[in-house]
Design a protein around this ligand. Structure first.
Ligand SMILES: Cc1ncc(COP(=O)(O)O)c(C=O)c1O
Length: 419
C-alpha cells in the first residue's frame, strides 16, 4: 500500500497524555513508605482483623485444604462462562434459593474477574447492544469512583443522581427520586445493592420500594452492584433485599457480584455477572441470546476465567456445613466493624469533639463518610500518619482496640484547628 495521507486515522502514541494515578493505590504506597510506628491505614477497602492484619476466613482455609487434598485437581481451562457449580451457587446467593427467575430459567450467569470485571462485562454488553445515541448511565454521587471509569471506558455516557445529604449525612432520597423521575426512559441506573461505597448509607426497604415504583413507571434499567453482601447487616439475605425485590417486581436486571469482601478473596478475583430477564413467553430465549453474546465478549477479553478462587467460593457456597460456618465468619467481620464504629463515636464524644458524630454509628458496611474536609484529611496524614481517602471516607475495618483512641484524638485535633 502507498504511504497513508496525513488525514488517515492512525494510532498515535506520541499524542497520548499521561493519565492521573489511581488515588487509592497511591495512598497505599504512601502508607507503606511511612516509617512511623503509629501509622494507621483507613484507606484500603479491605477487612482487617483486630491486629490490623488481613484475615483469611477460617472457612476459606478449610476449602483450600479440601482443594489441596484432592488428588484429581489440575490446572485445566474452565468453561468460558466459568465454573458451573460456582455460577449456580452465586446465582442462588444473590437471588435466593427459591427465586422465581431461577425456576423459570431466565437468569444467565458468568464468572468474572471479581466485581469490577462483572461491572465491566455488563457495561460492555450494554455498550454493544444499545442503539446510538446510547442511553445514559446514571451513577450515584458520590460512588465508588471506578463506576464512572468503567462505563466511560466502554463509551456509555455517564450522568449522576444525588445520593448523600452533606448537611444531615444521610441518604438523599428526595434528590435521587427527582432525578429518577426526570431521567430519559431507557436510562441505566447503577444501584449499590447494600453498604453503599463510600457513604455507608443505604435506602430503607420502604425507600427501595419507592425507587422501584418510579423506575418501573419511567422504564429505567436497574444495574445492581453488589460488592458487600453480608457486610452491611451481617446477614446475606437481608443484604440482597433490594435485588430480590426488583426481580419479584418483574424487572429485567443486571447484577455485578463480588466475593472479594464477603469471602476475603480480594486478590483471587472472584465474582459473577448475572442477567435476569423479565417474566414473559420470550424470557428464556432472551436469556439464551444474552448468554451467547456474553460468551463472545468474555472469550475476547479473558478467554475463560481463573479457576482457584472460584473453586474455593464454590466449595463454601455448596456445602451446607461450610456455608453456615461462613455465615458466622460474616458476623465476625460485620460485628467487629460495628464495634469499632461504636468505640470511635464514644471516643469522640468523650473528647467533646466539635460537630455531631452520630453518623459514624448510623452508617453501615465497611465505610464511614466522616465529613472531614480534604484539608483535615491532609493534616491527619502529615501530622498524625493517618491515611484515608481525600473524600473523608474511612474504612472502619482499619480501626482496632489499639488505634481507635489515637485516631479519635487525631480527628479531634484537626477538627479544632483546620477548616
Ligand atoms: C461498590 C463497589 N463495587 C465493586 C467493587 C469491586 O471490587 P472487586 O473488583 O475487588 O470485587 C468495589 C470494591 O471496592 C466496590 O466498592
Amino acid at each position: 500500500m502507498n504511504g497513508a495521507s496525513d488525514s488517515t486515522p492512525r494510532f498515535n502514541p506520541k499524542g497520548i497524555p499521561a493519565a492521573p494515578k489511581d488515588p487509592l493505590y497511591s495512598l497505599v504506597s504512601a502508607y507503606e513508605a511511612d516509617e512511623s510506628d503509629q501509622k494507621v491505614d483507613l484507606g484500603v477497602g479491605a477487612y482487617r482483623d483486630e491486629n490490623a492484619q488481613p484475615w483469611i476466613l477460617p472457612v476459606v482455609r478449610k476449602a483450600t485444604e479440601i482443594i489441596n487434598q484432592d488428588t484429581k485437581q489440575n490446572h485445566e481451562y474452565i468453561p468460558i462462562a466459568g465454573l458451573p457449580e460456582f455460577n449456580s451457587a452465586a446465582q442462588s446467593l444473590i437471588l435466593g434459593v427459591d427465586s422465581i427467575a431461577i425456576k423459570e430459567k431466565r437468569v444467565c450467569s458468568f464468572q468474572t474477574i471479581s466485581g469490577t470485571g462483572a461491572v465491566h462485562l455488563g457495561a460492555l454488553l450494554m455498550a454493544k447492544f444499545t442503539p446510538r445515541p446510547s442511553p445514559f448511565v446514571f451513577i450515584s454521587s458520590p460512588s465508588w469512583p471506578i463506576h464512572d471509569q468503567v462505563f466511560d471506558t466502554v463509551g456509555l455516557p455517564v450522568r449522576h443522581y444525588p445520593y448523600f445529604r452533606k448537611d444531615t449525612k444521610t441518604f438523599d432520597f428526595d434528590g435521587m427520586m427527582d432525578v429518577l423521575k426526570s431521567a430519559p426512559k431507557g436510562s441505566i441506573i447503577v444501584l449499590h445493592a447494600c453498604a453503599h461505597n463510600p457513604t455507608g448509607v443505604d435506602p430503607t426497604d420502604d425507600e427501595w420500594k419507592e425507587i422501584a415504583k418510579v423506575m418501573q413507571a419511567n422504564e429505567l434499567f436497574p444495574f445492581f452492584d453488589c460488592a458487600y453482601q453480608g457486610f452491611a447487616t451481617g446477614y446475606l439475605s437481608q443484604d440482597s433485599f433490594a435485588v430480590r425485590y426488583f426481580v419479584q417486581q418483574g424487572f429485567q436486571v443486571a447484577i455485578a457480584q463480588s466475593f472479594a469482601k464477603n469471602l476475603g478473596l480480594y486478590g483471587q478475583r472472584v465474582g459473577a455477572f448475572h442477567f435476569v430477564a423479565g417474566p414473559g413467553a420470550d424470557a428464556q430465549s432472551i436469556t439464551d441470546n444474552i448468554a451467547s453474546q456474553l460468551s463472545i465478549l468474555q472469550r475476547s477479553e479473558i478467554s475463560s476465567p481463573p479457576i482457584f478462587g472460584a473453586k474455593i467460593a464454590s466449595i463454601v457456597l455448596n456445602d451446607p456445613q461450610l456455608f453456615s460456618e461462613w455465615e458466622k465468619d460474616l458476623l465476625t467481620m460485620s460485628g467487629r466493624i460495628k464495634k469499632m464504629r461504636k468505640c470511635l463515636k464514644e471516643e469522640l464524644d468523650r473528647l467533646h469533639t466539635p460537630g455531631t458524630w452520630d453518623h459514624i454509628v448510623n452508617q453501615i458496611g465497611m465505610f464511614s463518610f466522616t465529613g472531614l474536609t480534604p484539608s483535615q484529611v491532609l493534616e491527619l496524614r502529615e501530622k498524625w500518619h493517618v491515611y484515608m481517602a481525600e473524600t473523608g471516607r474511612i474504612s472502619v475495618a482499619g480501626l482496632n482496640d489499639r488505634n481507635v483512641a489515637y485516631f479519635a484524638r487525631a480527628v479531634d485535633d484537626v477538627v479544632r484547628r483546620v477548616l
